[in-house]
Write a protein that binds this ligand. Sequence first.
Ligand code: SAM
Length: 282
Amino acid sequence: MDKSLKSILIKHGFSFKKAYGQNFLTDTNLLDEIVEKAGVTENDTVLEIGCGAGALTYALSKKAKRVVGYEIDQKLKPVLQETVGDCKNVEIVFGDIMKQKLTDVENKLGGEYIMVANLPYYITTPIIMHFLENAKKIKAMVIMVQEEVAYRLAAKAGSSDYGAITVGINLRGNAQVVLRVPREKFTPSPNVDSAVTKIVIESGKFNGVDLTKVRDAVRCGFSSRRKMFVNNIMNTYKIPRSEAENCLISAGLETTVRGESLSAQDYVNLSKFLPERANKNG
Ligand code: SAM
């Protein structure tokens, strides 16, 4: 770890918490590369989730117009005060990002923004889904996660990595793995390598489509990966086989398809022929 950052952490008696996924980056070249891959410019406002000791926050502040960071661990307050306290364009909020109202977060950010996060594994999926489904002004998400997950986010339909989250991403934009980060780059070093995935939000994609209904269809499609989609439709929507097959045929799909082979566009088409779910909890 960079000597000065290490001494700041020691000075403030900081100890890493596994429960918060605290593996920090310090390599300034790597941090600058992440900012570059994120495409952050002097016109951009950035939302950083999980500032840690502030190394990425600092790298972002050099390029962005403004950085608003959220950090759950209050023990990092004096550390962040020392590392980014002098950066006039940085504001840190201490709290759990999952407990903030997204409208409040977006009001604080003002207008359009790029989300950048080196996320702990336990909140990766909930955070991505939460922002995909509810964020109104997001332009891109640049997310560092364990490598296997990074590739899952950008997977092609039909591949073993393809999942409900991939379709969720494709309903609002597209994803690409932009950088690999070996485990040795972190302090402490985790057991797996990481990678950065960039999700670009395409404004107006599937405009006018009832995405809630599409997301229901996606959940249904992946509810049992080993079964054919027609069986999942029968179980989820409580309809007979003939009706379930008709939905697939009407959407131009084979009756033998599996949910994991359908594109976001296929799910959009299919959702138009599926019934309303009688009991969403059932
Ligand atoms: N951004 C820093 C870096 O790249 O070195 C730290 C990344 S570290 C993998 C993840 C950070 O997210 C930790 O500082 C952790 O305390 C914080 N964190 C974990 N869960 C959080 C949550 N729900 N809300 C906000 N921050 C969280």
